[in-house]
Design a protein around this ligand. Structure first.
Ligand code: NAD
Ligand code: UGA
Length: 479
């Protein structure tokens, strides 16, 4: 018997919880959805009347929020009450890599998942389906089950609450989250109880074709999520490794990618060489896989996947080393304009962005960075770079005269940022950077000036004809 779901509570109002529940509310107006979080500021932002203040930027998100918020979608900090009213609870909290203790640097820190499970155990009434939406190590459902079923809270026993646990990992990508949620390649539901799986399946059937809803056992579902991210990240490390070889041999990584991508067994997606993958999940999820493989004594498996992360780290530092080398071996006191700080375009998320390592390297070498990003707040960049000097530097134009080094500032206007620049580095593929007028840029920079395109979004000829030096990732024909 499948239980019809009328009320959902989602714990965690982040990059996954917010957009996922907004789309669910939009597609299922018959269901009331409460998204709850411990972070009052985040909830206030979700409830802000000014939609430019939503805590995350995603194309199409504002429109969905306008149509659903305070109709059947609510954001609050009333965790207990919302759990008590729910037939189904999604756990969509953060699961970062542990920074200390057993498994530090590799294993996922499950303290927020555990805390959520305890909250559910404490407040649930009657039968509740608990859905793991967060990305979790295999067999986490065991831990969640133990917490839920061993609850000896008196009230809880009186209420006769009972639970089914499902795994329903999320595959959305930031920057295209709404589109991905509207048209998923698949929806994965893992569990033991067929009834509970059907109840969740029925929700998705409101907009997802039935053949795209896959049912598996719970462990396969948990492992499939980690595996999907590991395979995607592995493709990027593979193409970035080949890009470095292209630069050394005169080949062009774009041509190689096109040639191999037409093989239907390989496919053309995720073959863009860039500055190295970023984002909150690829590194964390692969390291988690490495930890699991190690834990089960599979050393070779662990080593294999760890290389994907190691290559990515090497590649990010390779880009900064290359910039320094092209600028005659030193960037000390030189002005470098950084275009893009988010880990990819169409998001304000900077978690694990390649820009962080590359900017830190350049600052360490004494460069003066003028950083631009259309969506990332200067405050966030300051946190990521562990620096607050941007305040001091903000209004200084002729920086080369000041004999300073190793500083950065944020510059909203990219043409102002070009003033006297020795180099311009594209780190995120924001569309506006592909529209730059290189004639104007050429008149503003200090010559010789070098343009570094780590995203292959610029037109080489436009740059070279304006008397600027050009380098792009994986291009063996750049001087
Ligand atoms: P996030 O950090 O943006 O959001 C998590 C939210 O959970 C935070 O707002 C935090 O305050 C809240 N939270 C933590 N503990 C809580 C508790 N006990 N009670 C209430 N709220 C609590 O994280 P995210 O990017 O949304 O990722 C969430 C999960 O989804 C992770 O496991 C991640 O791996 C996975 N995932 C993320 C993406 C993505 O694109 N970001 C995509 C797929 C899967
Ligand atoms: C990734 C996966 O694509 C999602 O399916 C998954 O749900 C999500 O992780 C997650 O679990 O968090 P996301 O990190 O948001 O999504 O973005 P991606 O588009 O995968 O990009 C990740 C990084 O790889 C970015 O830095 C991007 O610039 C880089 N990338 C991507 C490349 O360098 N080349 C490519 O061809 C593709």
């Amino acid at each position: 018997m499948k239980i019809p779901i009328k009320n959902i509570c989602c714990i965690g109002a982040g990059y996954v919880g917010g957009p996922t529940m907004a789309v669910l509310a939009y597609k299922c107006p018959q269901i009331t959805i409460n998204v709850v979080d411990v972070n009052q500021n985040r909830i206030d932002s979700w409830n802000s009347q000014d939609l430019s203040k939503l805590p995350i930027f995603e194309p199409g998100l504002k429109e969905i929020i306008t149509k659903t918020r305070n109709k059947n979608l609510f954001f609050s900090i009333h965790i207990g009450e919302c759990i008590a009213n729910a037939d189904m609870v999604f756990i969509s909290v953060n699961t970062p890599t542990k920074t200390k203790g057993l498994g530090a640097g590799k294993a996922s820190d499950l303290k927020w998942v555990e805390a959520s499970a305890r909250q559910v155990a404490l407040h649930a009434k009657a039968h509740t389906i608990v859905v793991e939406k967060s990305t979790l190590p295999v067999r986490t459902a065991e831990v969640v089950t133990k917490i839920l079923k061993s609850s000896n809270n008196y009230e809880n026993l009186k209420r006769k609450s009972s639970f089914d646990i499902l795994s329903n990992p999320e595959f959305l990508s930031e920057g295209s989250a709404i589109d991905d949620l509207f048209n998923p390649d698949r929806v994965l539901i893992g569990g033991e109880s067929q009834d509970a799986m059907n109840s969740l399946g029925e929700i998705y059937k409101n907009w997802v074709p039935e053949e795209k809803i896959l049912y598996t056992n719970i462990w396969s579902s948990e492992l499939a999520k980690l595996t999907a991210n590991a395979f995607l990240a592995q493709r990027i490390s593979s193409i970035n490794a080949i890009g470095a070889l292209c630069e050394a041999t005169g080949a062009d990584v774009r041509e190689v990618a096109r040639a191999i991508g037409t093989d239907s067994r390989i496919g053309s997606k995720f073959l863009n060489s860039g500055p190295g993958f970023g984002g909150s999940c690829f590194k964390k999820d692969i390291l988690n896989l490495v930890y699991l493989a190690d834990y089960y004594g599979l050393k070779e498996v662990a080593n294999f996947w760890e290389e994907v992360v190691k290559l990515n780290d090497w590649h990010q530092h390779r880009i900064s080393r290359l910039i320094i080398k092209k600028l005659f071996g030193t960037v000390s006191g030189k002005k470098i304009c950084i275009l893009g700080f988010s880990f990819k375009s169409n998001t304000n998320d900077t978690r694990e962005s390649a820009a962080i390592n590359i900017c830190r390297d350049l600052i360490e070498e004494g460069a003066i960075l003028f950083i631009n990003d259309p969506k990332v707040e200067p405050k966030q960049i300051a946190i990521d770079l562990n620096k607050d000097e941007y305040k001091e530097l903000k209004d200084i134009n002729k920086i080369q005269l000041l004999n300073v080094e190793g500083l950065w500032c944020f510059e909203e206007n990219i043409y102002n940022a070009f003033e006297n620049a020795d180099a311009i580095v594209v780190l995120t593929e924001w569309h506006e950077y592909s529209l730059i007028d290189w004639g104007i840029a050429s008149r503003k920079v200090r010559k010789p000036c070098f343009i570094f395109d780590s995203r292959s979004i610029l037109v080489k000829e436009d740059i070279v004809k304006n008397d600027l030096n050009f380098w792009r990732v994986g291009d063996g024909n750049c001087p």
